[in-house]
Each structure stands twice: as C-alpha cells, then as structure tokens.
Design a protein around this ligand. Structure first.
Ligand code: AMP
Ligand code: MG
Length: 283
C-alpha cells in the first residue's frame, strides 16, 4: 500500500544529479512519490517500524564487533525543517543507537583548528547512525557566500571534503547527504509563524532575515556542492521541504535503503545456545 506509492526508488528519484539544478527544483514536488499527505503520514509510521528494526540490527552488530555505521548529513536553508528531520525521523529510532550533532557558528576554539576538526570529533561510533544538523558543508555555504575565509581557501574545501568522505566510506561508514529545499515563499510563511506564536519565538533568529537577502548566492553555493561533491559513494539527495510530511518520509526511506544495503543479520550467539537454554529452564 504505502510503499507502492513510490513509483521510483527515492535513491534514484531524489538524487541531486537527477533532479537538479536546485534553482529549477520545485520544493513542493514529491519526485518518485504518488501518494498524498495522508498516505505519506501513514507510510512514515509503517516504514518507521522497518527503520527501527534495521537500526537495532546495526546497533546489535556494533556491539558484536562490526565497525560499520551510518552518517546522515542534513543541510538546508533556515526553516527548511532540519530539526524536524532529527526529531521525526531520528525519533523513529532507539535514541541509544543515534549520535546527533548540530553545528552552529564555530567557537573561537573550533576556528583555531582545521574546519574538519569538530566534524571528526562528532563522527558516529560503530553501530550507530550519526545525524548532522548542518555539517562540514557550512564551510562552503555561509563561509563562501560571505567570504568568511578567502576564496583561495574555501575553493579548496570541495576536494578536501571529497577525500574526507572517501576515507570515511572506506573505513565502513555509509554516508548519505540530504539537502532540504524550501521555497522562498514557504520560508517567509514559516518565519512569520515563528513571530506569531510564543512557543516558536526561540526558533526565530533576526539574522535569518539577513541571510534571506542572499538567497541566490546560497542557491549557487548549494549547486557548487552538488556539482563537486555528489559522489556514488557519498550521494546528495535533493528533497522538497515545503511539504514536511514528504521530506520526513523521503529521508526515512533513504535511511532504510542504506541500512538494507548493509545486508545485516542478527549477531549469532557467542555462547552455547542449547546449554544456556537448559540452564535458564533449570534456574
Ligand atoms: P541554527 O541551525 O539555526 O542553530 O543556526 C546555526 C547558524 O550557524 C547558522 O546561521 C549557520 O549558517 C551558522 N554556521 C554553522 N556552521 C558554520 C560555519 N562553519 N561557519 C559559519 N557559520 C556557520
Ligand atoms: Mg536557525
């Protein structure tokens, strides 16, 4: 029912190289998915159970010496719903199996190191799904748009990132990267809501209005990321974020797909099963 609402695997339908360029992408579209909001919300519940099962298997294997793990990078303009992905997709999993890190403006200490320093420290341990709410890509987004470092420095970061992610993958991390694409109109609506609702004031940052003024520059900076760092071993997916139900379902499906391809099985007992069954029966 719900899974069949996908007319193409999200891994193919949402790949940045397929659906881009970002400037022409319709953030209210649902590429590869023919269902509506109701069926999408139902599907998230059903598929969430599948995700949870796979995540537990990954965690169990991590406890049994398997070094593999997953890293989900979540990027997107302000209000695109990055926190919602963490809460509503991460929330489908056992919190024990997650390693969630949000990256804000670098601290003076972080700035005194290489831009990947704080990223290395936050990488997920074996058996866990790491979720990055913003990431090393900020170092070629606001940093590029505002020239926070000279172009000669930020322009080298694409190659450095590619090499970093290649090493991560070679060491057993499945890397997937999602860019949540919100429209300018929808962003205005969400910013307005934040000011209309006292429970959302905390989410409002006056600086977001200034960043909004650089919309086209950000689109260009995002496109440069897709052009230079969308690799088969660490792919970028472009996910329309005007419909939150869709972005959450799509990320859930992409994670399921990544975990399924790890071909996990439940760890075998490290003890004599029959002997232990007899002991439990007799105790
Ligand atoms: P938020 O995600 O709403 O907590 O905002 C975090 C802010 O930190 C955003 O304005 C980001 O663009 C900014 N930020 C994150 N990483 C960097 C970075 N490496 N350089 C400059 N600004 C950054
Ligand atoms: Mg913010």
């Amino acid at each position: 029912m719900s899974k069949s609402d996908w007319t193409a695997p999200p891994r193919e339908a949402l790949r940045a190289s397929v659906v881009g360029p970002i400037a022409d992408y319709d953030p209210s579209s649902t590429p590869g998915y023919s269902g509506d909001k109701d069926s999408g919300a139902k599907a998230l519940v059903e598929r969430g159970a599948v995700l949870a099962d796979l995540q537990e298997k990954l965690f169990a294997n991590g406890r049994s010496g398997d070094h593999r793990n997953v890293l989900l990078v979540v990027q997107g303009m302000d209000t695109a719903g990055k926190g919602g992905i963490v809460a509503h997709v991460g929330g489908l999993c056992d919190p024990q199996g997650l390693a969630i890190t949000g990256f804000g403006k670098p601290t003076p200490e972080e700035l005194s190191h290489d831009f990947l320093w704080r990223i290395h420290k936050a990488l997920p341990p074996a058996g866990k799904i790491g979720i990055f709410d913003r990431s090393h890509y900020e170092d070629v987004l606001p940093v590029r748009v505002h020239n926070l470092v000279p172009e000669s420095v930020w322009s080298q970061r694409y190659d450095i990132i590619n090499q970093f992610e290649r090493e991560l993958v070679d060491a057993g991390t499945t890397v997937l990267k999602v860019a949540l694409v919100v429209s300018k109109d929808e962003q205005k609506k969400r910013l307005t809501e934040r000011l209309d609702n006292p429970t959302k004031y905390w989410k409002y940052n006056p600086a977001d209005i200034d960043e909004r003024g650089y919309w086209e520059d950000y689109l260009q900076a995002y496109q440069a990321i897709f052009d230079r760092t969308d690799n088969d071993h660490a792919p970028w997916y472009l996910i329309g974020a005007d419909r939150k139900w869709f972005s959450r379902l799509a990320v859930c499906e992409l994670l399921i797909d990544a975990l399924e391809r790890l071909d996990l099985s439940w760890p075998a007992p490290t003890f004599d099963l029959e002997h232990e069954q007899r002991r439990v029966a007799d105790c």
